[in-house]
Write a protein that binds this ligand. Structure first.
Ligand code: GA4
Length: 344
């Protein structure tokens, strides 16, 4: 795990055919939460600076919490469409199918999106005609609580690793009772494709038709924690070559953690909010769950004074999370929205 080559160099040295997308099979940086804190925080900082992503193992989240949310998610998505639609349309939270955001983006998935406060989750789930919505709520709430703790622990280690005056600067925003954190359940149904699609879509090496399930984008929030079942799909764009995609092997026992735009801004560009996408190319359903750790709407997002130096002058102007959200919902999924806040 203590490789000497930087990940970005490994990607940069990779042979690239002209004008073609290419795939590099790399192992993501791995962080083991049972390591000594000193070591874990050093490698978290390194992973976020070079890659924007890492895989988290020995995270200590109970198997029951994980099992229950996956079970409820599976049950929800197997309901008849008319039932699921009662929790929609997404405004932007709620149940959605194929439509992503408000500006014409689509994907091969259906999803549930919630604010993470218990009453918001209950309000949404209540409308479903289920035997007992409390089971669903309970599973989501327990998962959210575990993810919030985990996100804050990672953010505190990052704060220490970056040498912030107040090591809790990041986690305080997420722990704030007005935090705008979200939880998302995605379901990518198996995709077989039809003969017309086969002509226009390249086949991967297993001769299965590859199709984008959720198009390339960066996450707007501070930190994302993703978990999926054992069906592969996540791909990460190389931070140094936007035509190179890095497929991530699925690991249901691990979490995948990535930097969002707000954290890139606060760290003045040190931590990278890297673009990623999900493919729906398999014969089995992919189920994934994301926790998006976000600040409150009124919070001011600005490069922290410790992150601004002579060699690394202030890169972004400050903005409120509310302002950022308004702009992100006015743009397409793939937009480089943080660029609009760049100082030059
Ligand atoms: C991407 C990350 C999260 O899934 C999300 C998405 C949101 C949505 O689906 O409502 C957005 C997308 C995401 C970024 C740009 C805007 C907003 C769809 C879209 C086109 C919930 C989020 O916060 O931003």
């Amino acid at each position: 795990s203590s490789s000497t080559l930087l990940y970005k160099d490994m990607v940069a040295n990779h042979f690239m055919p002209e004008n073609k997308e290419s795939f590099v099979h790399l192992d993501l940086p791995v962080i083991d939460l049972s390591w000594k804190r000193e070591r874990a925080r050093k490698l978290i900082v390194r992973a976020f600076k070079e890659f924007g992503f890492f895989k988290l193992i020995n995270h200590g989240v109970s198997k029951d919490i994980i099992y229950n949310i996956e079970k409820e998610s599976k049950e929800f998505f197997s309901l008849p469409a008319s039932e699921k639609q009662k929790a929609g349309p997404p405004n932007p939270i709620g149940y959605g199918s194929k439509k992503i955001g408000f500006n014409g983006d689509t994907g091969e998935l259906e999803y549930l999106l919630f604010h993470t406060n218990p009453s918001s989750i209950y309000q949404r789930v209540r409308t479903l005609n289920r035997e007992d919505p409390r089971n669903f709520c309970c599973a989501v709430n327990n998962y959210v609580e575990a993810m919030k703790e985990l996100a804050c622990e990672i953010l505190d280690m990052l704060g220490e690793g970056l040498g912030l005056d107040d090591k809790r600067t990041f986690s305080k925003l997420v722990r704030d009772e007005d935090s705008d954190s979200l939880v998302r359940l995605n379901h990518y149904p198996p995709y077989y494709g039809n003969s017309e699609d086969r002509l226009s879509i390249s086949k991967n090496k297993d001769d299965k038709v590859a199709r984008v399930g959720f198009g390339e984008h960066s996450d707007p929030q501070m930190l994302t924690i993703l978990r999926s079942n054992d069906v592969e799909g996540l791909q990460i764009q190389s931070p140094t070559n936007d035509r190179v995609w890095i497929p991530v092997k699925s690991d249901p026992s691990a979490f995948f953690v990535n930097v969002g735009d707000a954290l890139q801004a606060m760290t003045n560009g040190r931590c990278l909010s890297v673009r990623h996408r999900a493919m729906a190319n398999t014969r089995r359903s992919r189920l994934s769950t994301m926790f998006f750790a976000a600040p409150p709407l009124h919070a001011c997002i600005s490069p922290l004074p410790e992150m601004v130096t002579l060699e690394n002058p202030q890169k972004y102007r400050s903005f409120t999370w509310d302002e950022y959200k308004k702009i992100m919902y006015s743009l397409r999924l793939a937009s480089n929205r943080l660029n609009l806040f760049q100082l030059d």
